[in-house]
Design a protein around this ligand. Structure first.
Ligand code: MLT
Ligand code: ZN
Length: 483
């Protein structure tokens, strides 16, 4: 057996150090956390361990390391790729380490434009906490009510404001984490510059818990929004969407924070399945974008003038402007509930690909054609972060088919095909969701051997016993391959 189960002695040590709130082996306590967000994978763990402080977290890792016990870190359990589900090599024998009790905002500094938040802080709570200090944390995504700081860091999450502020990787100023041997990286100083060799925090960002346990982070803040302008725009083509984006940037510069693409069939799914939604435009356009621009009181006028001009030139077809915060939220709801609407409609093979931004309109067209030729009847649908060159190029089951049977038989082949197309186009099979357990096979198959060797060398150096999140991101060790 590659990974031992924790002994009674080990569990007793953990219980003694963490107290009753910090450790449970009761199946009823574990059950909600054993199935992934997309409800496609269920694992098993020996115990749910919930440290409340850095010291407790370090104790947990050190104690596990002493016996070679696997650790699966978990935040809000909202991974899109099964990254926090204790399935795979150490199934039933791992400690599922929940960071949800480490939920303090340790400090908010307007002077440093920085917040120090523990790993278990939920993104929506972080937004609220810094708003109280007149600041903004500029990363948002649909799962903000569940996703935690630690998970966002470990997946290098993106979302709907990457266009201006970048993904998590560009928002982390400092990190505190427990290395796989139980020692601690104390790196929370809010430094804008630090040239002491390797940037260890960047190594942990996007590592999916395979190199250490993130316990807290210092995150960059920006000024609170004075005014935002939100518009929904109907377009004839995805190429027009790209032309519109660059045109808006020419006129509004960095004020353009979000530029989200929604195809006609995506909007139709939302209107069909999500209550309290209505079409923003009188006509159904083949493509739509949701634009948010942020600035002073004049930003709405500037966006309006730019869009009227785009309509006059024929780049845009029509536009609806939000004239209140409620209307802005209603437009955002159309975009943010797309995934949910798609899920309610039936099973789809879901992807998160990126290619160079300028190549995305052609990629979406050629990849859709290639998928339909190879898998007749399937219905590709691409939506999302066009401004970042990242779309969720999902493939729905053929209309009228038994979608569960289709998914079981076809989804894996469809995904490998789509991941291959993105890679061939000079892009990536994972732009913002990570690799986790769902995409590990394709990642290993499609990754340049030299890149994979470097990753494995880093893993071997920092976690030689392989206790951190086995089965996620990296190829299985030989000892863990299914026999
Ligand atoms: C989104 O952009 O809506 C999210 O990444 C979720 C998803 O892909 O389903
Ligand atoms: Zn997304």
């Amino acid at each position: 057996m590659a990974y031992p189960a924790p002994s009674a002695r080990c569990l007793a040590d953990l219980a003694e150090r963490l107290g009753p709130a910090g450790l449970t082996t009761d199946p009823a306590d574990l059950a909600p956390w054993l199935t992934d967000w997309r409800r496609r994978l269920t694992g098993a763990a020996a115990a749910l361990v919930s440290p409340a402080t850095l010291e407790e977290a370090a104790f947990v890792v050190a104690r596990a390391a002493a016996d070679g016990i696997a650790i699966v870190p978990q935040g809000g359990n909202s991974s899109m790729v099964g990254g926090a589900t204790p399935a795979g090599p150490a199934e039933g024998r791992a400690l599922l380490v929940s960071m949800r009790r480490m939920r303090a905002i340790r400090s908010v500094s307007a002077g440093d434009n920085a917040v120090v938040a523990e790993a278990g802080v939920v993104l929506a709570d972080l937004h609220a906490a810094v708003a109280g200090a007149g600041r903004r944390f500029p990363l948002s995504l649909a799962a903000k009510g569940n996703a935690t700081v630690g998970g966002l860091i470990s997946t290098n999450a993106g979302g709907t404001q990457v266009l201006r502020f970048g993904p998590m990787r560009s928002l982390v100023l400092g990190l505190e984490a427990v290395w796989p041997d139980g020692s601690v990286l104390h790196g929370l100083a809010p430094l804008r510059k630090d040239n002491r060799g390797y940037d260890l925090k960047q190594l942990l960002i996007g590592a999916e818990g395979t190199l250490g346990l993130v316990t807290a982070a210092t995150l960059r803040l920006v000024p609170a929004i004075e005014s935002r302008a939100v518009a929904w725009i109907g377009l004839r083509s995805a190429h027009d969407a790209l032309t519109l984006l660059r045109g808006l940037e020419d006129r509004l510069g960095e004020a353009v924070e979000s530029f989200e693409l929604v195809p006609a069939e995506g909007l139709a799914l939302v209107l069909r399945h999500i209550p309290d939604t209505r079409a923003p435009l009188g006509e159904a356009w083949p493509w739509n974008v949701l634009v948010e621009a942020v600035g002073d009181g004049a930003v709405a006028d500037r966006l309006q003038v730019a869009l009227i001009d785009a309509i006059a030139r024929g780049t845009a077809g029509d536009a609806a402007f939000a004239s209140s915060e409620a209307q802005a939220d209603a437009l955002w709801k159309l975009r943010e509930s797309l995934s949910e609407a798609e899920a309610r409609d039936g099973m789809a093979a879901k992807h998160d690909v990126a290619v160079p931004v300028a190549a995305m309109p052609d990629f979406m067209a050629s990849a859709s054609q290639a998928v339909v030729e190879r898998f007749p009847g399937t219905r590709p649908i691409a939506f999302g972060h066009l401004g970042d060159g990242n779309v969720h190029f999902n493939v729905r089951a053929p209309a009228g088919s038994d979608d569960r049977a289709w998914f079981a038989a076809q989804a894996s082949a469809v995904s490998s095909f789509v991941h291959g197309l993105a890679t061939e186009a000079g892009g990536t099979m994972s732009a913002e969701h990570g690799i986790g357990r769902f995409k590990r096979g394709d990642f290993v198959a499609l990754t340049d051997p030299a890149r994979m060797r470097a990753m494995l060398a880093i893993k071997a150096a920092l976690d030689p016993a392989g206790i951190m999140n086995p089965g996620a991101l990296l190829p299985l060790a030989e000892k863990d391959e299914p026999q």
